[in-house]
Design a binder for this molecule. Structure first.
Ligand code: HEC
Length: 205
């Protein structure tokens, strides 16, 4: 079959369009829409708190204040004592992480108190995200830590005490993979290692 113009060769069109758009992409790295974010906008998005807590704002709180805030703003989703739900259980499970039926909570599982602060600050209460003040978030974090037997009811949680606190599961995660290990071709991450053979089926009678 011969075709003398593009319209006669319509079956070629998709290929031509793809080729052309590929060329356009390669030539122009911007799409000529939108604008770069302002430094203020960057600041409001760049609010993730890491383990070293350096992004934590000034403020403080204890479990005593946290209990009241929890009862008013959190208990109807997480349960009166943080155990009942309907939404994730926040309290308890101490010592269960390495058992066949682990109960993973902020107390038993999470390695850093600063992560609890960060999570509550950015995503709780659900449907009212971003409405809590820093002091309220410190108080709620303190309440969760107190109820998980990690601190005392009157211990003040602030930028300093939160970073110093050693959470029970602080060392329960796989450490960073050292470079020397990844260079070794025999090394496989644990999730790629062969699973142990399942137990043999009982002999037929
Ligand atoms: C409207 C219901 C609702 C309210 C109110 C609410 N939460 Fe949550 N919360 C959730 C849901 C749903 C999740 C699980 C979200 C997910 O895994 O994506 C969650 C997850 C969490 C987690 C993480 C639990 C885990 O181990 O993964 C914490 C901590 C938490 N909420 C704290 C709070 C605090 C503190 C408040 C009160 C300020 C609060 N929540 C209010 C629904 C709610």
């Amino acid at each position: 079959m011969r075709c003398t113009s593009i319209s006669k060769c319509s079956f070629l069109l998709p290929a031509i369009v793809l080729l052309a758009s590929g060329m356009a992409l390669a030539q122009s790295p911007t799409y000529k829409i939108g604008r770069p974010p302002t430094p203020e906008e960057y600041k409001t998005w760049d609010n993730v708190v890491g383990a070293d807590g350096k992004e934590l704002p000034p403020g403080s709180g204890t479990a005593v204040e946290g209990a009241k805030i929890y009862a008013a703003k959190c208990s109807f989703c997480h349960g009166k004592t943080g155990v009942e739900g309907p939404y994730p259980r926040l309290i308890g499970g101490k010592g269960t992480v390495n058992t066949p039926t682990p109960i993973l909570t902020t107390g038993s599982f999470w390695p850093y108190a600063t992560t609890i602060w960060d999570y509550i600050n950015r995503s709780m209460p659900r449907d009212g995200e971003g409405t809590l003040t820093p002091n309220e978030v410190y108080s709620l974090t303190a309440w969760l830590l107190y109820k998980n037997d990690i601190i005392k009811e009157t211990d003040v949680m602030d930028q300093k005490t939160m970073v110093e606190l050693q959470m029970p599961n602080r060392n329960g995660f796989y450490p960073e993979i050292p470079e020397s290990t990844t260079k070794n071709s025999n090394w496989k991450p644990h999730w790629n290692q062969a699973k142990p053979a399942p137990p043999a089926a009982p002999a037929a009678k």
